[in-house]
Design a protein. Structure first.
Length: 488
């Protein structure tokens, strides 16, 4: 996806007595009477917010799996144990010298347990949850694709010139305004793209936005396989079809030997969470690649948004995700400025250090020259290669606030995660700020507790108001029912 190519020309089709997509774009600048008006485009956050929503929805699915599936498994085991216990108890009664009445009750319980055991043997709650959440990942991706297109077309109205559909004058006049007509056209375009396979969707983006290719990245084959597996679970209970094998092989994915037509695929925890990572990665790469290509003047903001996402993953301890996005960032054809380029490198080194140690992080850092950079970057490099004596010296040179490093960064930036435990850090911090790190940390924790308590109190008050409203609503319904009965 980083292998951006020369822009492809977008064809404009015009026909007599019809209005084409190109005319939709040109008419945006005019009102009745031919008076030119200035149209302000929507803010860039349409794309940024679409990316943010998408990432959070994928994260929600991960959290749902982590919380719900183990609970479902525990519930299954508990029910199985209860059934076993009841069986044993009933059998003991039947084999004992108990009265006929007691044996009759035991036999009745045993028949009930047999029905429950039959249900339990066919219970697929865990598999159903797993499959539903897996399918939900691609639902999120489909929603994101639509929001991404909406954001791009809303900001770049000239792209309507590439819309291939043609419309009669009557079609246009059905809408109260040109903006509503444009919205309807865009909605149809989005639906047209969504109905295509993912392979066809990416080709469509290549055509619309002038890319030579968007699929030359390592995880493309795995993404196509996962999407085809989604189709199998949606339509045929996960049973492999010839179509599944054909599409996977064409995308460069090599199915396992046991994956043959007629066999049934599974998901499992490892594959599920790998797919969560995969869908997130592909969506973010697609969004940022199109964003930077179509809105090059916004590259600095795009870099900042991507770095912020990487930073969040570092905080969450999801270092494999942070590292994957850093690799993508470092392969991009253009980065807005050297500062952002180095931030991507440092965050990549932070993630790799947590996964593979300081030596692996050092290899990443060695790809750049750090000798003539600001002290903030020199401090970061020293910390990552575990040169803590030099790191303390840079802390003192930076003082209370550098160009990037401020006091909050010492508490918050994952870069300092291990460094905070060293004598060099504690000494340097006290020398710079005039008080101990732990005392400031206690103050921050105390403030955070106050905020948390306030938020909890607010949520509790909201719940009480909801309960009060629900009670009032129930009372009104009862009054209404009572009035109806009186009339009858």
């Amino acid at each position: 996806m980083n292998d951006l190519a020369q822009e492809n020309p977008i064809n404009n089709n015009e026909a007599e007595h019809v209005i084409s997509g190109s005319e939709v774009a040109s008419e945006v600048e005019e009102v009745e009477g031919g008076i030119e008006v200035e149209i302000e485009g929507p803010p860039l956050h349409l794309i940024a917010s679409a990316l943010s929503r998408f990432v959070h929805k994928v994260h929600d699915i991960e959290e749902s799996a982590k919380n719900c599936i183990p609970q479902a498994r525990k519930a299954y085991i508990r029910r199985a144990k209860e059934l076993q216990s009841t069986f044993l108890s009933a059998q003991e009664v039947l084999d004992s010298d108990c009265s006929a009445e007691e044996k009759l009750v035991a036999a009745r319980n045993l028949r009930t347990m047999l029905r429950l055991a039959k249900r339990l043997s066919n219970d697929a709650t865990i598999v159903t949850l797993e499959r539903s959440l897996f399918i939900g990942l691609f639902t999120c991706f489909d929603k994101f694709v639509g929001e991404l297109m909406e954001g791009v077309y809303s900001i770049r109205s000239d792209l309507f010139k590439g819309v291939g559909a043609q419309f009669s004058v009557c079609d246009v006049l059905e809408y109260p305004s040109l903006d509503e007509f444009k919205s309807a056209v865009l909605e149809k375009e989005i639906e047209t793209v969504r109905r295509k396979s993912y392979g066809e969707q990416f080709k469509e983006f290549e055509r619309r936005f002038g890319f030579e290719t968007l699929t030359k990245f390592d995880s493309w084959p795995a993404f196509i396989e996962a999407s085809q597996r989604r189709n199998l679970f949606t339509h045929c209970d996960g049973v492999i079809s010839q179509q599944y094998l054909k599409v996977c092989i064409e995308a460069g994915y090599k199915p396992a030997k046991e994956d043959v037509v007629g066999s049934q695929l599974e998901i499992g925890a490892k594959y599920f969470y790998q797919t969560c990572h995969l869908v997130m990665e592909v969506g973010v790469m697609l969004g940022h690649t199109i964003w930077r290509k179509m809105l090059p003047d916004e590259r600095r903001q795009a870099d900042s948004e991507l770095n912020s996402l990487i930073y969040d993953y570092l905080h969450l301890g999801q270092y494999h995700k942070a590292a994957a996005l850093c690799r993508f960032a470092q392969k991009m054809p253009k980065i807005s400025e050297d500062l952002m380029d180095r931030m991507f490198t440092l965050n990549h080194a932070i993630a790799v250090r947590q996964m593979n140690g300081a030596a692996a992080a050092k290899k990443i850092l060695e790809k750049k020259d750090w000798s003539a950079v600001i002290y903030d970057f020199r401090l970061a490099r020293a910390v990552l290669v575990e040169d803590y004596i030099s790191a303390k010296e840079y802390m003192l040179k930076i003082g209370k606030a550098g160009e990037i490093v401020v006091e909050e960064a010492y508490h918050d930036w994952p870069l300092f995660k291990d460094f905070r435990e060293t004598p060099e850090f504690l000494e340097g911090y006290e020398e710079v700020f005039g008080y101990k790190y732990l005392s400031k940390l206690s103050e921050i924790v105390s403030d955070a507790q106050v905020v948390a308590e306030q938020q909890a109190a607010e949520e509790e008050q909201k719940e009480k108001e909801k309960e009060k409203d629900s009670a009032l609503e129930a009372e009104l319904i009862m009054d209404a029912d009572s009035g109806f009965d009186d009339k009858s």
